[in-house]
Design a binder for this molecule. Structure first.
Ligand code: ATP
Ligand code: MG
Length: 439
């Protein structure tokens, strides 16, 4: 038994000793049945929040009227929630009231059958009021009760449905799917932060490509990332892109990323060609489709999109930077050493190299630039790409120069010489400067 489970079992035992019903609920029951280690344990109980708090001094009540208490034992946090029925929903986000009730009613207010199971913490016996066990065995994600009502109550469930289906590789039951499509517009009522949270969780899953397809097919993506829909049917030159339109290209790339690809990389892949639709032109002379400037415009669009979804600034900056540079990978073999080293010194470079790998891999299959960069990375590995400067502004002042734009140019010029391997010590650098300044 894991420590987390042992901690949760002991809390449940204390509740029982005090005369209450206490059951494991939701995700932890589902995950154990799937043979996965639950990341946290939730207990559902007949004890009221006040009784729970009295039993576990030091525990905290969160969202008081929802009746959830967080208890801590041996470094593990366990959520203890009183069996409840949610009252009516007025805003598509949260119930107006909740009343404490029975295990069966508590199971019915949950979102999906596979999330509606209870388990006796000590005997491991399953208590299934919603048919969750059969759906779990069959690999089906199904809303509890009348699907349309459940999605109308709480629109966040629309994204949760996609996330669970993709995480578990489950099929969405046809009636549940139909209700999702019908109620997709409800997503407009959900705060961008909450949408972003679910969307990010979908995008980092190994099967993120299916996640994207489900978001498109259900109509959900229209409410938070409509720009992606314009990629569908955006034709590209077939000699470079035999795979098809920009959407297909992007989707294949998402599928080629590793299982643990970081969020920034997933977002950069999703958005790298986001400006192809608005920049698409047909060049009659060359007889081909072009997307001039789609990297720069794409960086601006990525920034606007990620800001709208309330991503943190560091994520916005990295993703937009990666989008802005993705076409430069075509020129790396023509870059001077100094330029190449500066290019490779960007903190995002390892992610960009991966973006480039899947960009080519999902289209023309070229590996020349990727192989070249990997070779250069090894070649440059023994010393820092950008070594400590040979001279500083203070040296220039000592030479009688006054700070200004020329100052910066001069220092950069010295660095260029250094990166090119033409200057390697301070004395030589000072001579080099004097030759230029005092000639
Ligand atoms: P995860 O592994 O993502 O944590 P989980 O099933 O534990 O999965 P939580 O978001 O932690 O999901 O919620 C715990 C339980 O609360 C769920 O299993 C489900 O029974 C219930 N639940 C959570 N959010 C909702 C919701 N929006 N509507 C109805 N029930 C919900
Ligand atoms: Mg959970």
């Amino acid at each position: 038994m894991t420590d987390a489970r042992a901690a949760a079992v002991s809390l449940a035992r204390r509740l029982k000793e005090d005369g209450h019903v206490a059951l494991f609920a939701g995700g932890c029951v589902r995950d154990r049945l799937l043979g996965k280690d639950p990341k946290d344990y939730d207990i559902a109980t007949s004890a009221t929040p006040a009784q729970v708090r009295r039993l576990f001094p030091g525990s905290n009540e969160v969202g008081a009227h929802f009746g959830v208490v967080i208890a801590k034992t041996k470094g593990h946090h366990v959520e203890i929630a009183t069996f409840r029925t949610d009252g009516s929903y007025h805003d598509g986000r949260r119930p107006a009231t909740v009343t404490f009730s029975t295990p069966e009613e508590d199971a019915r207010r949950r979102d999906f059958t596979i999330n509606g199971l209870f388990e006796d913490p000590e005997s491991g016996e399953l208590i299934d009021h919603v048919g969750g066990r059969a759906d779990l065995a069959a690999g089906i994600l199904r809303a509890i009760g009348v699907p349309a009502e459940r999605f109308a109550e709480d629109s966040l469930r629309l994204l949760r449905a996609v996330r669970f289906a993709v995480t578990l590789d489950f099929e969405i039951d046809p009636a549940t799917w139909a209700a999702m499509v019908e109620h997709a517009d409800g997503l407009a009522r959900i705060a961008p932060e909450r949408i972003r949270e679910e969307f990010s969780r979908i995008l980092v899953l190994p099967n993120r490509a299916r996640g994207l397809e489900l978001l498109v097919a259900s109509g959900l993506i229209r409410h938070f990332l409509p720009e992606v829909l314009a990629l569908i049917g955006c034709e590209q030159p077939p000699e470079w892109h035999p795979e098809g339109d920009v959407f297909t290209h992007t989707r294949i790339m998402l599928g080629m990323l590793g299982e643990h690809a970081p969020l920034e990389l997933c977002l950069a892949v999703l958005l790298h060609d986001i400006a192809k639709p608005p920049t698409q032109t047909f060049d009659p002379e060359a007889g081909r489709i072009r997307f001039n400037g789609h990297d720069a415009l794409g960086a601006a669009m990525a920034e606007e999109i990620l800001r709208r979804l309330r991503y943190p600034n560091d994520v916005i900056e990295s993703v937009s930077f990666m989008v802005s540079r993705h076409m430069q990978f075509m020129n790396v073999q023509q870059m001077r050493v100094s330029r190449l080293k500066r290019f490779m010194a960007a903190p995002t470079f390892p992610l960009e190299l991966e973006l480039h790998r899947v960009d080519c891999g999902s289209s023309n299959g070229f590996t020349g630039n990727f192989d070249y960069l990997r070779g250069k990375r090894d070649e440059f590995a023994s010393s820092p790409l950008i070594p400590p400067p040979l001279v500083t502004g203070r040296d220039l002042i000592a030479l009688g120069q006054s700070p200004g734009p020329r100052f910066k140019d001069l220092l950069e010029a010295v660095q260029t010489e250094q990166l090119e391997g033409r200057l390697s010590d301070r004395e030589a650098a000072l001579v080099w400067i004097k030759e230029r300044v005092f000639k």
